[in-house]
Design a binder for this molecule. Structure first.
Ligand code: NAD
Length: 323
């Protein structure tokens, strides 16, 4: 199959590009490089440097590539920026999505997979939330992810697309940036590698569900290309993608510090890393947020394969190699 990945120069998108190519599919990338990087796009993969807000340019890229399926990862993905600039957030995440869906329909795409977010849809939950949990997004980013799913459902029904919304939990891993929902991993690693103490907001008892980027990429490959009974023309299937395992920020910091210390010692470098300090709590931070990915297991036969301790160690190694 040929798949066009929007946001394919970014963190999750580039892992999807790698996984699609490994599975033998042809891939093209559409990305404005606002937070993604050209070097994340493998040689030989066509890169259309296009802003999804530019409907004509999106249309031209789709007409050139004529993909069978589209994987829509491009987004304004910072919760805090969405709070400061709700109009910009909506322009990229709603109008940009509509441009991508219109171009997909015009070029006869059959399947669309959309990066949604369990974290922002479900709010404070103490047990892993299933997809039936009522969505109650509080930030403009959460609102545009929710609206995005509704547009997807409309386009599926109106144009016969087979649509899948993957509601990620907090995605971390190599190539991640500090702005995403698991941005704390990149922030702490950069601090520790600079020999500085990580600053934990408040008491750090903020529980999240951390899922490894390449595991998320594998879910996308199955949703895009798999022979999946639930993925049918005219329907939207929304699925959580996470581990259901909760870890708080204190545990994340200590696991990262331990992984880095082991790694640096093995490389003959100083392995004494400063203990964290605590800063003020961030107003509005959810205490607990976890997703139940049981439905993704039943529908896609997808399960996370990389334990958080292993994923954090791999991520630490990636950042250490570039420090
Ligand atoms: N990282 C997470 O924990 C997480 C959790 C839930 C959902 N998501 C969603 O997953 C998707 C990928 O996120 P990521 O973490 O890889 O972020 P990222 O910033 O690394 O990737 C986003 C990509 O989209 C591109 N992009 C942004 N605005 C664009 C525009 N107007 N036109 C074209 N390209 C544009 C960026 O250059 C970047 O390459 C996003 O839709 C995000 O909302 C991420």
């Amino acid at each position: 199959m040929k798949i066009l990945v929007t946001g394919g120069a970014g963190f999750i998108g580039s892992h999807i590009v790698d996984a699609l190519r490994e599975a033998g599919h042809a891939v093209a990338v559409l990305d404005d490089l606002s937070s993604g990087a050209r070097e994340n796009v493998p040689e030989g993969v066509p890169l259309h440097v296009v802003d999804i807000r530019d409907a004509a340019a999106v249309g031209r890229a789709f007409a050139t590539e004529r993909p069978d399926a589209v994987c829509h990862q491009a987004a304004q993905m910072s919760v805090s920026r969405s709070v400061r600039e709700p109009r910009f957030d909506a322009e990229v995440n709603c109008l940009g999505l509509i441009n991508v869906l219109d171009a997909a329909v015009a070029q006869g795409c059959r399947r669309v997979v959309f990066a949604s977010s369990g974290g922002v849809l479900y709010g404070d939950v103490t047990a892993p939330a299933p997809e039936t949990t009522p969505a109650d997004p509080v930030s403009p980013y959460g609102i545009t992810k929710w609206v995005g799913e509704r547009y997807l459902k409309f386009y599926a029904a109106e144009h016969g697309l087979a649509a899948v919304a993957l509601r990620y939990s907090n995605v971390y891993g190599p190539r991640q940036n500090p702005h995403g929902e698991a941005g704390v991993v990149a922030i702490f690693l950069k601090k520790l590698l600079a020999g500085q103490a990580a600053t934990i907001n408040g008491d750090g008892r903020y529980i999240r569900d951390y899922v490894y980027g390449p595991d998320v990429a594998r879910a996308n490959v199955i949703a895009l290309t798999g022979d999946v009974a639930a993925v049918q023309p005219g329907t939207l299937t929304s699925l959580n993608i996470g581990t259901g395992v909760g870890m708080d920020v204190n545990e994340i910091e200590s696991q990262l510090r331990e992984a880095l210390a082991t790694l640096l010692a093995a490389r003959g470098r100083s392995a004494t890393l400063p203990a964290p300090t605590h800063g003020p709590a961030r107003p509005g931070d959810l205490r607990s947020n976890l997703v139940d990915a049981g439905l993704a297991d039943r529908v896609l036969s997808w399960r996370p394969t990389v334990a958080v301790s292993e994923g954090l160690a791999r991520t630490a190694a990636w950042f250490a190699d570039r420090a």
